[in-house]
Design a protein around this ligand. Structure first.
Ligand code: ATP
Ligand code: MG
Length: 330
């Protein structure tokens, strides 16, 4: 397999706490892979082991198929952007971007050309002479990206690079990073705890929990078939029901709540409407049903124009087509 980087049985123990627990992972070349998961699940620790800032307690890290476990960061040919961009405040934008090139002995016109090309890529060619403090947060973030890209790294590692930006800029930078990735063909590993960010940006997504990988795959694969309840929960699934054939989940947009009985060939349960909330584009209807564990509230969001009128207290049928029912393992 043509992986740009690999973890083989990588474990990281801090004192008596295992932060990363026997992880096997292959990072596909020329793609954008996200490490996704809740706070403390081991994302940053994994990235730091990939970068060489932390050595695994056991296991090995391969870069380009070669064992790099003991290589220091500066020998790994990586670009890294942290949550805080860590620009040098006394240097101009251009000198910040050229810093890594200078360290690598690139001089004169060659260095200037590479700096210009990198700044162009992030759309900041016109700000080359400014100091970081005269830039907005989003612009500083782009300078940090340009600096990491300038060295043409084997791997570009980004640790929550968008978390300091306001919501609008964050969404805009998602597609910027995607564009830069596809224009350069770089292998990118991006850490995030935001599932929307991961779904939108990833070619490959790796979902972690408590130091272990729960699921890895293309966003549509993971989203379409979450492996277990944790993954489903994390990706915003609702409507968990314990039925005789196991635990299932259906997204609210696939649930129909109607006065008559429907045979969709999938889920069909009697229920009572508990709440109807008007939300502009849709109605959020809650109905109480019973599963093997007792009373549950199921949610349905139906486009308001399509919804048959139901009211609190109505006896209804809660249904979902078989194709929309996700079966979960625990
Ligand atoms: N140097 C260290 N010494 C002791 N414990 C550490 C150290 N670094 C990380 N940890 C612990 O290891 C666990 C994983 O930390 P890590 O920073 O990898 O989490 P994360 O997934 O990046 O979380 P977040 O989303 O909050 O950034 C946490 O419980 C953290 O407290
Ligand atoms: Mg982190």
């Amino acid at each position: 397999m043509n992986a740009a980087a690999e973890f083989r049985q990588v474990t990281q123990v801090f004192g008596d706490f295992t932060a990363v627990d026997g992880v096997d992972l292959a990072i596909p070349r020329g793609r954008l892979t996200t490490l996704l998961g809740p706070s403390g699940c081991g994302k940053t620790t994994s990235l730091r082991m990939l970068a060489g800032y932390t050595r695994p307690t056991s296991g090995s890290v391969l870069i380009d198929g070669v064992d790099a476990t003991r290589l220091p960061p500066e020998k790994r040919d990586l670009g890294m952007v942290f949550q805080s961009y860590a620009l040098f405040p006394h240097m101009t934008v251009a000198d910040n971007v050229g810093y890594g090139l200078k360290l690598r002995g690139l001089k004169g016109a060659d260095r200037a050309a590479r700096v210009a090309e990198s700044l162009e890529l992030v759309g900041l060619g016109h700000l080359a002479k400014r100091k970081p403090k005269a830039l907005s947060g989003g612009q500083q973030q782009r300078v940090a990206l340009a600096r990491a890209i300038a060295i043409r790294p084997k791997l570009l590692l980004l640790d929550e690079p968008l978390s300091n930006l306001d919501a609008r800029l964050r969404v805009q930078m998602r597609s910027e990073i995607r564009r830069i990735q596809s224009e350069t063909g770089l292998t990118v590993v991006l850490v995030t705890h935001d599932q929307d960010e991961a779904l939108e940006m990833s070619d490959e997504m790796v979902l972690m929990r408590a130091g272990k990988i729960m699921q890895q795959g293309a966003p549509a694969e993971v989203f379409g078939s979450p492996a277990n309840r944790f993954v489903a929960d994390f990706l915003g699934y609702e409507n968990f029901l314990q039925l005789s054939d196991g635990l299932i989940s259906v997204r609210p947009e696939h649930v129909t709540i109607s006065a008559g009985s429907i045979d969709a060939g999938g889920l069909s349960l009697p229920g009572v409407v508990a709440d109807v909330a008007y939300r502009g584009v849709d109605l959020l209807i809650s109905a109480v049903v019973h599963d093997d564990e007792g009373e549950q509230v199921l949610l349905s969001n139906t486009r308001s124009a399509d919804a048959a009128p139901v009211a609190v207290g109505d006896a209804v049928t809660v249904s979902a087509p078989a194709a929309r029912i996700v079966h979960l393992t625990a």
